[in-house]
Design a protein around this ligand. Structure first.
Ligand code: FAD
Length: 450
Protein backbone atom coordinates (compact mmCIF):
# COMPACT_ATOMS: atom_id res chain seq x y z
CA UNK A 1 0.00 0.00 0.00
CA UNK A 2 0.88 3.66 -0.39
CA UNK A 3 0.78 6.63 2.01
CA UNK A 4 -0.88 9.95 1.29
CA UNK A 5 0.78 13.18 2.38
CA UNK A 6 -1.91 15.82 2.77
CA UNK A 7 -0.40 19.29 2.28
CA UNK A 8 -2.12 22.27 3.91
CA UNK A 9 -0.16 25.22 5.26
CA UNK A 10 3.13 23.30 4.98
CA UNK A 11 3.96 23.67 1.27
CA UNK A 12 7.59 22.51 1.31
CA UNK A 13 9.69 19.33 1.16
CA UNK A 14 12.59 20.31 3.47
CA UNK A 15 12.26 20.20 7.26
CA UNK A 16 8.95 18.42 6.92
CA UNK A 17 8.39 15.84 9.69
CA UNK A 18 5.13 14.50 8.19
CA UNK A 19 6.60 14.01 4.70
CA UNK A 20 9.74 12.45 6.16
CA UNK A 21 7.64 10.04 8.23
CA UNK A 22 5.53 9.09 5.19
CA UNK A 23 8.63 8.30 3.14
CA UNK A 24 10.18 6.30 5.97
CA UNK A 25 7.13 4.13 6.48
CA UNK A 26 5.94 3.61 2.89
CA UNK A 27 7.67 2.82 -0.38
CA UNK A 28 5.16 4.75 -2.43
CA UNK A 29 3.87 8.18 -1.44
CA UNK A 30 1.22 10.33 -3.14
CA UNK A 31 0.73 14.00 -2.24
CA UNK A 32 -2.57 15.85 -2.19
CA UNK A 33 -3.75 19.42 -1.64
CA UNK A 34 -7.46 20.13 -1.03
CA UNK A 35 -8.65 23.62 -1.90
CA UNK A 36 -11.63 25.29 -0.24
CA UNK A 37 -12.29 22.85 2.56
CA UNK A 38 -15.94 23.71 3.23
CA UNK A 39 -15.86 24.04 7.02
CA UNK A 40 -12.91 26.48 6.94
CA UNK A 41 -12.87 30.17 6.09
CA UNK A 42 -12.25 30.39 2.32
CA UNK A 43 -8.89 31.94 1.56
CA UNK A 44 -8.89 35.41 0.02
CA UNK A 45 -7.95 36.53 -3.47
CA UNK A 46 -4.33 37.45 -2.70
CA UNK A 47 -3.80 34.15 -0.90
CA UNK A 48 -5.19 32.27 -3.88
CA UNK A 49 -2.67 34.04 -6.08
CA UNK A 50 0.08 33.00 -3.68
CA UNK A 51 -1.06 29.40 -3.40
CA UNK A 52 -0.97 28.98 -7.18
CA UNK A 53 2.76 29.78 -7.19
CA UNK A 54 3.45 27.79 -4.05
CA UNK A 55 1.75 24.65 -5.44
CA UNK A 56 3.57 24.99 -8.73
CA UNK A 57 6.88 25.11 -6.93
CA UNK A 58 5.93 22.29 -4.53
CA UNK A 59 4.88 20.01 -7.40
CA UNK A 60 8.31 20.45 -9.01
CA UNK A 61 10.16 19.64 -5.79
CA UNK A 62 7.94 16.62 -5.14
CA UNK A 63 8.44 15.34 -8.70
CA UNK A 64 12.16 15.10 -7.93
CA UNK A 65 11.28 12.79 -5.05
CA UNK A 66 9.07 10.66 -7.31
CA UNK A 67 5.88 11.95 -5.66
CA UNK A 68 2.94 13.22 -7.74
CA UNK A 69 0.83 16.08 -6.34
CA UNK A 70 -2.93 15.61 -6.73
CA UNK A 71 -5.25 18.62 -6.48
CA UNK A 72 -8.75 18.26 -5.12
CA UNK A 73 -11.59 20.52 -3.95
CA UNK A 74 -14.38 20.08 -1.42
CA UNK A 75 -14.70 18.00 1.71
CA UNK A 76 -11.28 16.53 2.56
CA UNK A 77 -12.88 13.41 4.04
CA UNK A 78 -14.36 12.52 0.64
CA UNK A 79 -11.30 13.68 -1.29
CA UNK A 80 -8.87 11.68 0.85
CA UNK A 81 -11.11 8.64 0.97
CA UNK A 82 -11.50 8.53 -2.81
CA UNK A 83 -7.80 9.10 -3.44
CA UNK A 84 -6.82 6.47 -0.87
CA UNK A 85 -9.07 3.95 -2.64
CA UNK A 86 -7.64 4.85 -6.07
CA UNK A 87 -4.07 4.59 -4.83
CA UNK A 88 -4.51 1.70 -2.41
CA UNK A 89 -3.29 3.90 0.46
CA UNK A 90 -3.67 2.91 4.11
CA UNK A 91 -2.22 5.91 5.87
CA UNK A 92 -2.46 9.72 5.67
CA UNK A 93 0.18 12.10 7.03
CA UNK A 94 -0.37 15.81 7.65
CA UNK A 95 0.85 18.72 9.79
CA UNK A 96 -1.52 20.07 12.44
CA UNK A 97 -2.66 23.72 12.17
CA UNK A 98 -3.90 26.08 14.86
CA UNK A 99 -7.58 27.04 14.96
CA UNK A 100 -10.78 25.46 16.26
CA UNK A 101 -12.42 24.76 12.88
CA UNK A 102 -9.16 23.20 11.70
CA UNK A 103 -8.90 20.97 14.79
CA UNK A 104 -12.54 19.92 14.42
CA UNK A 105 -12.04 19.04 10.78
CA UNK A 106 -8.90 17.07 11.56
CA UNK A 107 -10.73 15.12 14.27
CA UNK A 108 -13.48 14.26 11.77
CA UNK A 109 -10.92 13.18 9.15
CA UNK A 110 -9.23 11.02 11.78
CA UNK A 111 -12.46 9.30 12.83
CA UNK A 112 -14.08 8.90 9.43
CA UNK A 113 -11.00 7.65 7.59
CA UNK A 114 -10.20 5.49 10.60
CA UNK A 115 -13.57 3.77 10.19
CA UNK A 116 -12.41 2.77 6.69
CA UNK A 117 -9.16 1.35 8.03
CA UNK A 118 -7.05 4.37 7.03
CA UNK A 119 -4.79 5.69 9.79
CA UNK A 120 -4.25 9.45 9.98
CA UNK A 121 -1.08 10.85 11.60
CA UNK A 122 -0.63 14.52 12.43
CA UNK A 123 2.79 16.09 13.02
CA UNK A 124 3.05 19.04 15.44
CA UNK A 125 2.29 22.52 14.05
CA UNK A 126 5.22 24.74 13.14
CA UNK A 127 5.77 26.62 16.40
CA UNK A 128 8.85 27.30 18.52
CA UNK A 129 7.18 26.51 21.84
CA UNK A 130 4.35 24.29 22.97
CA UNK A 131 1.12 26.35 22.97
CA UNK A 132 0.11 24.53 26.16
CA UNK A 133 2.56 26.77 28.09
CA UNK A 134 0.95 28.40 31.16
CA UNK A 135 1.80 30.91 33.86
CA UNK A 136 2.79 29.88 37.38
CA UNK A 137 -0.91 30.13 38.32
CA UNK A 138 -1.79 27.70 35.56
CA UNK A 139 -3.43 30.30 33.31
CA UNK A 140 -2.66 31.05 29.66
CA UNK A 141 -0.35 34.06 29.19
CA UNK A 142 -2.22 37.21 28.23
CA UNK A 143 0.72 39.63 27.99
CA UNK A 144 3.46 39.34 25.39
CA UNK A 145 6.56 40.25 27.45
CA UNK A 146 6.24 37.54 30.12
CA UNK A 147 5.10 35.07 27.46
CA UNK A 148 8.18 35.68 25.33
CA UNK A 149 10.52 35.70 28.32
CA UNK A 150 9.19 32.31 29.34
CA UNK A 151 9.40 31.05 25.75
CA UNK A 152 13.05 32.15 25.54
CA UNK A 153 13.79 30.34 28.81
CA UNK A 154 12.20 27.20 27.40
CA UNK A 155 14.13 27.59 24.16
CA UNK A 156 17.43 28.04 26.02
CA UNK A 157 16.77 24.74 27.78
CA UNK A 158 15.34 22.96 24.77
CA UNK A 159 16.16 24.57 21.40
CA UNK A 160 13.81 23.95 18.47
CA UNK A 161 14.31 20.54 16.90
CA UNK A 162 17.15 20.20 14.41
CA UNK A 163 16.22 21.05 10.83
CA UNK A 164 15.35 17.93 8.83
CA UNK A 165 17.04 17.58 5.42
CA UNK A 166 15.09 17.24 2.18
CA UNK A 167 14.13 13.55 2.29
CA UNK A 168 15.47 10.83 0.00
CA UNK A 169 13.26 10.05 -3.01
CA UNK A 170 10.51 7.46 -2.63
CA UNK A 171 11.75 3.89 -2.86
CA UNK A 172 9.05 3.22 -5.44
CA UNK A 173 8.74 6.52 -7.27
CA UNK A 174 5.60 7.26 -9.26
CA UNK A 175 5.96 8.79 -12.71
CA UNK A 176 4.84 12.40 -12.59
CA UNK A 177 2.88 13.95 -15.44
CA UNK A 178 3.77 17.64 -15.16
CA UNK A 179 1.53 18.69 -18.05
CA UNK A 180 -1.49 17.11 -16.34
CA UNK A 181 -0.55 18.84 -13.07
CA UNK A 182 -0.24 22.23 -14.81
CA UNK A 183 -3.70 21.73 -16.36
CA UNK A 184 -5.20 20.73 -13.00
CA UNK A 185 -3.63 23.77 -11.34
CA UNK A 186 -5.01 26.11 -14.02
CA UNK A 187 -8.38 24.46 -13.59
CA UNK A 188 -8.50 25.70 -9.96
CA UNK A 189 -8.44 29.27 -11.32
CA UNK A 190 -6.45 30.58 -8.40
CA UNK A 191 -4.99 33.57 -10.21
CA UNK A 192 -7.12 36.52 -11.33
CA UNK A 193 -7.65 37.08 -15.03
CA UNK A 194 -10.02 39.90 -15.79
CA UNK A 195 -9.01 42.19 -14.36
CA UNK A 196 -5.62 40.78 -13.50
CA UNK A 197 -4.94 42.93 -10.44
CA UNK A 198 -1.85 40.88 -9.66
CA UNK A 199 -0.12 41.59 -12.96
CA UNK A 200 3.14 42.81 -11.42
CA UNK A 201 3.21 40.62 -8.35
CA UNK A 202 5.84 38.28 -9.78
CA UNK A 203 8.26 41.18 -9.53
CA UNK A 204 7.66 41.42 -5.76
CA UNK A 205 7.28 37.80 -4.77
CA UNK A 206 8.59 34.29 -5.44
CA UNK A 207 6.10 31.94 -3.80
CA UNK A 208 7.52 28.55 -2.91
CA UNK A 209 10.25 26.95 -0.86
CA UNK A 210 13.21 28.07 -2.99
CA UNK A 211 11.94 31.67 -2.88
CA UNK A 212 11.58 31.46 0.91
CA UNK A 213 15.16 30.28 1.41
CA UNK A 214 16.50 32.95 -0.93
CA UNK A 215 14.57 35.61 1.00
CA UNK A 216 15.99 34.41 4.30
CA UNK A 217 19.58 34.32 2.97
CA UNK A 218 19.29 37.83 1.48
CA UNK A 219 17.72 39.18 4.64
CA UNK A 220 20.46 37.78 6.87
CA UNK A 221 23.20 39.06 4.55
CA UNK A 222 21.79 42.47 3.82
CA UNK A 223 19.29 43.66 6.42
CA UNK A 224 19.44 41.90 9.77
CA UNK A 225 22.08 44.35 11.03
CA UNK A 226 19.87 47.37 10.30
CA UNK A 227 16.68 45.69 11.43
CA UNK A 228 16.50 47.00 15.03
CA UNK A 229 16.92 50.63 13.94
CA UNK A 230 14.99 50.66 10.69
CA UNK A 231 12.28 48.02 10.99
CA UNK A 232 9.66 50.67 11.67
CA UNK A 233 10.54 52.70 8.59
CA UNK A 234 8.22 51.99 5.65
CA UNK A 235 10.50 54.06 3.40
CA UNK A 236 13.35 51.60 3.94
CA UNK A 237 12.84 47.97 3.09
CA UNK A 238 14.81 46.19 5.78
CA UNK A 239 12.21 43.74 7.07
CA UNK A 240 12.41 40.10 6.01
CA UNK A 241 9.22 39.84 3.93
CA UNK A 242 9.11 36.22 5.03
CA UNK A 243 5.51 36.40 6.29
CA UNK A 244 3.67 34.82 3.31
CA UNK A 245 6.31 32.09 3.15
CA UNK A 246 5.74 31.37 6.84
CA UNK A 247 1.96 31.52 6.52
CA UNK A 248 2.06 28.84 3.80
CA UNK A 249 4.75 26.84 5.58
CA UNK A 250 7.27 27.09 2.76
CA UNK A 251 9.93 27.54 5.40
CA UNK A 252 9.68 26.57 9.06
CA UNK A 253 10.18 28.84 12.00
CA UNK A 254 12.75 26.35 13.36
CA UNK A 255 14.76 26.73 10.14
CA UNK A 256 14.73 30.50 10.57
CA UNK A 257 15.63 30.21 14.24
CA UNK A 258 18.66 28.01 13.56
CA UNK A 259 19.77 30.18 10.62
CA UNK A 260 19.70 33.29 12.84
CA UNK A 261 21.64 31.39 15.51
CA UNK A 262 24.27 30.38 12.98
CA UNK A 263 24.47 33.95 11.68
CA UNK A 264 25.05 35.25 15.20
CA UNK A 265 28.29 33.28 15.48
CA UNK A 266 29.86 35.64 12.97
CA UNK A 267 27.71 38.67 13.81
CA UNK A 268 27.38 38.69 17.58
CA UNK A 269 24.69 40.94 18.98
CA UNK A 270 22.40 40.68 15.96
CA UNK A 271 19.02 39.02 15.76
CA UNK A 272 17.27 39.54 19.11
CA UNK A 273 14.71 42.05 17.87
CA UNK A 274 13.99 39.98 14.77
CA UNK A 275 13.47 36.85 16.89
CA UNK A 276 11.13 38.81 19.10
CA UNK A 277 8.96 39.55 16.04
CA UNK A 278 8.83 35.80 15.47
CA UNK A 279 7.74 35.81 19.11
CA UNK A 280 4.71 37.89 18.12
CA UNK A 281 3.88 35.24 15.54
CA UNK A 282 4.07 32.65 18.34
CA UNK A 283 1.94 34.81 20.61
CA UNK A 284 -0.76 35.24 17.94
CA UNK A 285 -0.90 31.47 17.37
CA UNK A 286 -0.88 30.94 21.12
CA UNK A 287 -3.88 33.23 21.55
CA UNK A 288 -5.77 31.51 18.74
CA UNK A 289 -5.03 28.17 20.43
CA UNK A 290 -6.47 29.39 23.75
CA UNK A 291 -9.19 31.58 22.25
CA UNK A 292 -10.41 29.84 19.09
CA UNK A 293 -12.97 32.55 18.27
CA UNK A 294 -10.28 35.18 17.74
CA UNK A 295 -11.46 36.04 14.20
CA UNK A 296 -15.03 36.82 15.23
CA UNK A 297 -15.33 37.59 18.94
CA UNK A 298 -13.60 40.22 21.07
CA UNK A 299 -10.79 38.66 23.06
CA UNK A 300 -11.54 41.08 25.91
CA UNK A 301 -15.03 40.37 27.32
CA UNK A 302 -15.47 44.07 28.15
CA UNK A 303 -15.74 44.73 24.40
CA UNK A 304 -18.67 42.36 23.92
CA UNK A 305 -21.16 45.22 24.07
CA UNK A 306 -19.04 47.90 22.48
CA UNK A 307 -21.51 50.18 20.66
CA UNK A 308 -19.97 50.11 17.18
CA UNK A 309 -21.94 52.60 15.10
CA UNK A 310 -23.70 51.29 11.97
CA UNK A 311 -21.28 50.22 9.27
CA UNK A 312 -20.73 53.08 6.85
CA UNK A 313 -20.07 51.62 3.37
CA UNK A 314 -18.80 54.93 2.03
CA UNK A 315 -16.20 55.36 4.74
CA UNK A 316 -15.14 51.74 4.36
CA UNK A 317 -14.87 52.12 0.59
CA UNK A 318 -12.72 55.25 0.91
CA UNK A 319 -10.43 53.41 3.29
CA UNK A 320 -10.24 50.30 1.07
CA UNK A 321 -9.51 52.26 -2.09
CA UNK A 322 -6.91 54.54 -0.55
CA UNK A 323 -9.00 57.69 -1.04
CA UNK A 324 -9.29 58.96 2.52
CA UNK A 325 -7.22 62.03 1.69
CA UNK A 326 -4.85 61.12 4.54
CA UNK A 327 -1.47 60.55 2.94
CA UNK A 328 0.09 57.76 4.98
CA UNK A 329 -3.19 55.82 5.08
CA UNK A 330 -3.77 56.10 1.33
CA UNK A 331 -0.15 55.16 0.66
CA UNK A 332 -0.54 52.02 2.77
CA UNK A 333 -3.83 50.99 1.19
CA UNK A 334 -2.33 51.52 -2.28
CA UNK A 335 0.76 49.52 -1.39
CA UNK A 336 -1.57 46.73 -0.25
CA UNK A 337 -3.62 46.83 -3.44
CA UNK A 338 -0.61 46.95 -5.73
CA UNK A 339 1.66 44.43 -4.00
CA UNK A 340 -0.42 42.27 -1.63
CA UNK A 341 1.43 43.53 1.42
CA UNK A 342 1.82 46.60 3.63
CA UNK A 343 4.58 47.61 5.98
CA UNK A 344 3.80 46.69 9.61
CA UNK A 345 3.98 50.25 10.92
CA UNK A 346 1.51 51.40 8.27
CA UNK A 347 -0.80 48.44 8.98
CA UNK A 348 -1.08 49.76 12.53
CA UNK A 349 -1.82 53.27 11.31
CA UNK A 350 -4.51 52.28 8.78
CA UNK A 351 -6.12 49.91 11.28
CA UNK A 352 -6.19 52.63 13.93
CA UNK A 353 -7.78 55.09 11.52
CA UNK A 354 -10.49 52.59 10.57
CA UNK A 355 -11.37 51.39 14.06
CA UNK A 356 -10.90 54.64 15.96
CA UNK A 357 -11.21 57.76 13.83
CA UNK A 358 -13.79 56.18 11.49
CA UNK A 359 -15.29 53.96 14.23
CA UNK A 360 -15.80 51.05 11.88
CA UNK A 361 -15.77 47.53 13.29
CA UNK A 362 -12.34 45.87 13.29
CA UNK A 363 -13.91 42.87 11.58
CA UNK A 364 -14.52 44.96 8.43
CA UNK A 365 -10.82 45.76 8.28
CA UNK A 366 -9.80 42.23 9.12
CA UNK A 367 -11.93 40.92 6.27
CA UNK A 368 -10.43 43.35 3.78
CA UNK A 369 -6.92 42.35 4.85
CA UNK A 370 -7.94 38.68 4.68
CA UNK A 371 -8.85 39.16 1.02
CA UNK A 372 -5.96 41.40 -0.04
CA UNK A 373 -2.86 40.34 1.92
CA UNK A 374 -0.60 37.63 0.54
CA UNK A 375 0.30 36.87 4.17
CA UNK A 376 -3.33 36.75 5.43
CA UNK A 377 -3.09 34.48 8.44
CA UNK A 378 -5.86 32.94 10.56
CA UNK A 379 -3.98 33.80 13.75
CA UNK A 380 -1.91 36.94 13.04
CA UNK A 381 -4.59 38.87 11.16
CA UNK A 382 -7.40 38.85 13.75
CA UNK A 383 -4.87 39.00 16.58
CA UNK A 384 -3.35 42.23 15.25
CA UNK A 385 -6.69 43.78 14.34
CA UNK A 386 -7.93 43.19 17.86
CA UNK A 387 -4.64 44.49 19.20
CA UNK A 388 -5.07 47.81 17.36
CA UNK A 389 -8.80 48.07 18.10
CA UNK A 390 -8.09 47.59 21.80
CA UNK A 391 -10.16 44.44 22.25
CA UNK A 392 -7.25 42.00 21.94
CA UNK A 393 -4.59 40.39 24.09
CA UNK A 394 -1.96 42.83 25.42
CA UNK A 395 -3.69 45.36 23.20
CA UNK A 396 -2.86 48.98 22.65
CA UNK A 397 -4.84 50.83 25.32
CA UNK A 398 -7.99 52.46 23.99
CA UNK A 399 -6.57 55.96 24.29
CA UNK A 400 -3.71 55.08 21.95
CA UNK A 401 -4.90 56.46 18.65
CA UNK A 402 -2.22 56.74 16.02
CA UNK A 403 -1.96 60.16 14.46
CA UNK A 404 -1.20 59.43 10.79
CA UNK A 405 0.44 62.80 10.26
CA UNK A 406 2.84 62.45 13.19
CA UNK A 407 3.52 58.84 12.23
CA UNK A 408 4.41 59.96 8.71
CA UNK A 409 6.78 62.65 10.03
CA UNK A 410 8.50 60.20 12.31
CA UNK A 411 8.72 57.09 10.15
CA UNK A 412 8.68 58.50 6.61
CA UNK A 413 10.61 61.71 7.22
CA UNK A 414 11.35 62.46 3.56
CA UNK A 415 7.89 61.34 2.40
CA UNK A 416 9.52 58.74 0.16
CA UNK A 417 7.04 56.02 1.05
CA UNK A 418 4.09 58.36 0.56
CA UNK A 419 5.40 59.58 -2.79
CA UNK A 420 5.98 55.99 -3.94
CA UNK A 421 2.36 54.95 -3.31
CA UNK A 422 0.41 58.19 -3.67
CA UNK A 423 1.51 59.81 -6.90
CA UNK A 424 1.34 63.57 -6.68
CA UNK A 425 -1.38 64.17 -9.27
CA UNK A 426 -2.55 67.43 -7.80
CA UNK A 427 -5.98 65.80 -7.40
CA UNK A 428 -5.77 64.82 -3.77
CA UNK A 429 -9.10 65.00 -1.99
CA UNK A 430 -9.60 66.67 1.35
CA UNK A 431 -9.40 64.26 4.32
CA UNK A 432 -12.71 62.42 4.84
CA UNK A 433 -12.41 62.87 8.55
CA UNK A 434 -11.18 65.56 10.91
CA UNK A 435 -8.41 63.76 12.78
CA UNK A 436 -8.71 65.81 15.93
CA UNK A 437 -12.51 65.78 16.29
CA UNK A 438 -12.78 62.09 15.39
CA UNK A 439 -10.09 61.29 17.91
CA UNK A 440 -12.12 62.95 20.64
CA UNK A 441 -15.29 61.14 19.53
CA UNK A 442 -13.45 57.78 19.55
CA UNK A 443 -12.04 58.44 23.00
CA UNK A 444 -15.52 59.17 24.23
CA UNK A 445 -16.99 56.01 22.70
CA UNK A 446 -14.18 53.83 23.98
CA UNK A 447 -14.26 55.41 27.45
CA UNK A 448 -17.97 54.60 27.79
CA UNK A 449 -17.32 50.94 27.06
CA UNK A 450 -16.65 50.09 30.71
P1 FAD B 1 9.43 41.04 9.78
O1 FAD B 1 9.54 42.35 10.45
O2 FAD B 1 10.60 40.60 8.98
O3 FAD B 1 9.08 39.98 10.91
C1 FAD B 1 9.44 38.59 10.80
C2 FAD B 1 8.23 37.71 10.99
O4 FAD B 1 7.70 37.87 12.31
C3 FAD B 1 7.08 38.03 10.05
O5 FAD B 1 7.29 37.44 8.79
C4 FAD B 1 5.90 37.44 10.82
O6 FAD B 1 5.83 36.05 10.62
C5 FAD B 1 6.30 37.70 12.26
N1 FAD B 1 5.64 38.93 12.76
C6 FAD B 1 6.14 40.19 12.78
N2 FAD B 1 5.28 41.03 13.38
C7 FAD B 1 4.20 40.31 13.74
C8 FAD B 1 2.98 40.61 14.39
N3 FAD B 1 2.68 41.85 14.82
N4 FAD B 1 2.10 39.60 14.60
C9 FAD B 1 2.37 38.33 14.21
N5 FAD B 1 3.51 37.99 13.58
C10 FAD B 1 4.42 38.96 13.35
N6 FAD B 1 1.15 39.23 9.85
C11 FAD B 1 0.91 38.09 9.16
O7 FAD B 1 1.80 37.25 9.02
N7 FAD B 1 -0.35 37.84 8.66
C12 FAD B 1 -1.37 38.74 8.79
O8 FAD B 1 -2.48 38.46 8.34
C13 FAD B 1 -1.11 39.95 9.48
N8 FAD B 1 -2.10 40.89 9.62
C14 FAD B 1 -1.82 42.05 10.33
C15 FAD B 1 -2.85 42.99 10.51
C16 FAD B 1 -2.61 44.17 11.19
C17 FAD B 1 -3.73 45.17 11.42
C18 FAD B 1 -1.32 44.43 11.71
C19 FAD B 1 -1.04 45.70 12.47
C20 FAD B 1 -0.30 43.50 11.53
C21 FAD B 1 -0.54 42.31 10.85
N9 FAD B 1 0.48 41.34 10.68
C22 FAD B 1 0.19 40.16 10.02
C23 FAD B 1 1.79 41.48 11.35
C24 FAD B 1 2.91 42.15 10.55
O9 FAD B 1 2.47 43.36 10.00
C25 FAD B 1 3.48 41.26 9.45
O10 FAD B 1 3.81 39.99 9.96
C26 FAD B 1 4.76 41.88 8.86
O11 FAD B 1 4.49 43.16 8.35
C27 FAD B 1 5.29 40.98 7.75
O12 FAD B 1 6.43 41.54 7.16
P2 FAD B 1 7.85 40.88 7.34
O13 FAD B 1 7.78 39.42 7.03
O14 FAD B 1 8.81 41.69 6.53
O15 FAD B 1 8.10 41.06 8.89
Amino acid sequence: PAALIWFRRDLRVGDHPALTAALESHERVIAVFVLDEPSLRPIGGASRWWVHGALDSLAEDLAELGIPLELRTGDPVDALHTLAAEQNANRVYATARPGAAEAELDARVHTELGSHGIEVHFAAPDLLVDPGLRTGEGRPYTVFTPFWKRALDELARRPPRAVLPVPQPARTPTAVNSAAFAAALDHLELRPTSPNWAENWDTYWSPGEAGAHERLADFLDEDLGDYPDLRDRPDRSVTSRLSPHLVWGEITVSTIWHAVDEHRRTHPGQGASFLSELGWREFAHYQLFHFPKLATDPWRPSFANFPWPEADPELLRAWQTGTTGIDLVDAGMNELWQTGTMHNRVRMVVASLLTKNLLQHWRAGEEWFWDTLVDADPAANPFNWQWVAGSGADAAPYFRIFNPELQAKKFDPNREYIRRWVPDTGLRTAPIVDLKASREAALEAYRKRE
